[in-house]
Design a protein around this ligand. Structure first.
Ligand SMILES: Cc1cc2nc3c(=O)[nH]c(=O)nc-3n(C[C@H](O)[C@H](O)[C@H](O)COP(=O)(O)OP(=O)(O)OC[C@H]3O[C@@H](n4cnc5c(N)ncnc54)[C@H](O)[C@@H]3O)c2cc1C
Length: 375
């Protein structure tokens, strides 16, 4: 039986950050990741928007949380942040939940840049009611993944178990005992505290420990990757409703493409992510242990051309885009967030003795929320 102060389950950015934070305070940590490599799911497949608040004009809580952590995240990850591109937010003439006056007041309240731009040659003002030059950055998920993977791997207080699955867990007095199947052996681990940072698999881990699940919705989501000679490395987000976004994917030189209407392919409102593409023969992806959608031959056909057709309406005729490829992953959301479209990071202590924390991630720059719990 191996003993650790903390067991962190899930090797995305939230699990890695939590493990490093706890190790930095002198704790021994085991980080357990189901896949062969860290950072293969939501922490890699996302739009790489370093949120400054603009995106959530109807959720002041999410907007304020993004804004709260933006400067620190940028300062501590400067080498992985693209901070020098022109970023525009715009309001569609038809069907937006936000109007220009509301958006301007919201930005004023948050004290974030919002300069109305009424004659930019690359945008189509027949479709856009208002366009604003804003200040929003983009983090580089690939570079971040390399950085955090190297950090946890080289930290002497963290044992990283990749390709490993929890098969059993239970409370014994003030400790948890867990059985973990690694690629070559079965391990018995004991710890005083567990942090569940598995995002799409949150409920499966909570249930394994006999704890309540969260009300979540799961969506198979696609991020397209494109380039444009005319638009270069700029960004346009048309909010707040069924619109979309094109913006730099970190420092890669590529633009990410997403759209509220077409990014999400299939939705599961089940306790765990249940999708038709999962088959009993393939245990690399099950509702209990979802897999890597990009690598899966049964992933949905791309919606990238639909997303592009939708987004092209907002650009003048001179702007052309070239589609390259797409990444897919499961996006999970708190069902409560449907009301205001917010994406808070929620950390709940589901068991006090032994301790169990369920860390359900919102935005990437809210990794620091972990510190508020483990003071
Ligand atoms: C399409 C999309 C677009 C997004 N856009 C943005 C954006 O622009 N900006 C932003 O800030 N945020 C964005 N997000 C949200 C952000 O990406 C996530 O909140 C964040 O990456 C979650 O990090 P995580 O570490 O909790 O989860 P993940 O990165 O998914 O990591 C969870 C890990 O747990 C592992 N795991 C699962 N089950 C087990 C198990 N049984 N045992 C061991 N390990 C397990 C998984 O394999 C995975 O590696 C987006 C998300 C998606 C999906």
């Amino acid at each position: 039986m191996q003993h650790y102060d903390y067991a962190v389950i899930g090797g995305g950015i939230f699990g890695c950050y939590a493990a490093l934070f706890l190790a930095g305070r002198g704790a021994s940590v085991v980080l357990i990741e189901k896949e062969q490599f860290l950072f293969r799911k939501a922490s890699l497949v996302n739009q790489a928007r370093l949120h400054s608040g603009y995106h959530y004009p109807r959720s002041l809580a999410t907007a304020a949380m993004s804004d709260e952590h933006k400067s620190r995240f940028t300062a501590e990850h400067r080498a992985f942040v693209h901070a020098s591109f022109e970023k525009y937010y715009a309001i569609d003439k038809y069907g937006s939940f936000t109007d220009p006056l509301q958006f301007e007041r919201f930005c004023e309240y948050l004290n974030i840049r919002c300069d109305r731009t009424d004659n930019h040659p690359l945008f189509n003002y027949d479709r856009l009611e208002a366009v604003y030059r804003t200040e929003e950055h983009s983090f580089d998920p690939v570079l971040l993944g390399n950085y955090y993977s190297e950090k946890v791997m080289s930290c002497s207080s963290i044992d990283v178990l990749t390709g490993s699955r929890l098969t059993d867990a239970g409370a014994f007095g003030k400790s948890w005992q867990m059985t973990v199947q690694t690629p070559d052996k079965m391990l018995l681990l004991e710890t005083e505290a567990v942090i569940n940072a598995t995002y799409a698999a949150t409920n499966s881990i909570n249930i394994l420990f006999g704890l309540p699940s969260l009300a979540l919705t799961h969506e198979i989501s696609e991020i397209g990757f494109i380039t444009s000679r005319q638009f270069g490395n700029m960004g346009l987000t048309v909010m707040d409703g069924p619109f979309g976004s094109i913006m730099p994917y970190g420092l890669s030189g590529l633009l990410s493409l997403s759209s509220v209407a077409y990014t999400h392919h299939a939705i599961s409102t089940d306790e765990m992510p249940v999708f038709d593409c999962q088959t009993p023969e393939d245990n690399s992806c099950t509702p209990r242990a979802p897999g890597i959608c990009t690598d899966c031959s049964r992933r949905p056909a791309s919606n990238a051309q639909k997303m592009l057709a939708q987004m092209k309406r907002y650009f003048s005729d001179v702007v052309q885009f070239e589609y390259l490829f797409s990444y897919f992953t499961i996006k999970s959301k708190l069902q409560a967030s449907y009301i205001d479209d917010g994406r808070p990071t929620e950390i709940s202590m589901l068991s006090e003795s032994p301790r169990f924390y369920c860390l359900f991630a919102g935005k990437i720059n809210s990794i620091y929320e972990v510190e508020k719990i483990f003071r």
